[in-house]
Design a protein around this ligand. Sequence first.
Ligand code: AMP
Length: 198
Amino acid sequence: MLSARLRVDRCRVRASRASADIERMDITDIQGHIRDIANFPAPGITFRDITPLLGDPDGLRSSLDMLANLGRPMEATAVVGIESRGFLFGVPVADRLGLGFAPMRKPGKLPFDVISQRYELEYGSDTLELHIDAVGPGDRVLIVDDVLATGGTAAAAVSLVEAAGAAVAGCLFLVELDALGGRSRLGSCPVASLLTYP
Ligand code: AMP
């Protein structure tokens, strides 16, 4: 009984924190909540770990608000998020923009008919799939992911959206790794990133 009561009280504390005024972070604070992990998942890769940002209420809300503000001028009609960390930002950005969301997933995960695109990663290669009815002619799609590295993933996402008959309104990232030149693989597609690493 006592432990049940404690659980309820903890929930109340969490609920009041969630509805309280969240302090706005600036871009430097947001960058301070992204952790660099050397040699992950392979030697020579510096992984930009967004989990500290996700775990911080102020950082989470501020970064989502800023991402949505970056994406708003692209005048999209739908948001597509790239598995898996693109989902974490894509859904709340879509909600802030008053749009729907479609997941772009790794092979075999989507239950309905799909179109597919193979692509090269900074480490290895993979395939992305999109439901054939997720977006179509008349849609302007905002593609969202956490990190733009070599651009192979985002370029595959652009190809898939176009194969579905939709136009790409833009590509939106939390982090862009400028040295890897991913932006150059996205052609004339508008690209916006909240944080750029040299
Ligand atoms: P790329 O296709 O090379 O642009 O890689 C982008 C995808 O791989 C994104 O979905 C990222 O989640 C992930 N990724 C690639 N490089 C990194 C990195 N250095 N840190 C974190 N995620 C990365």
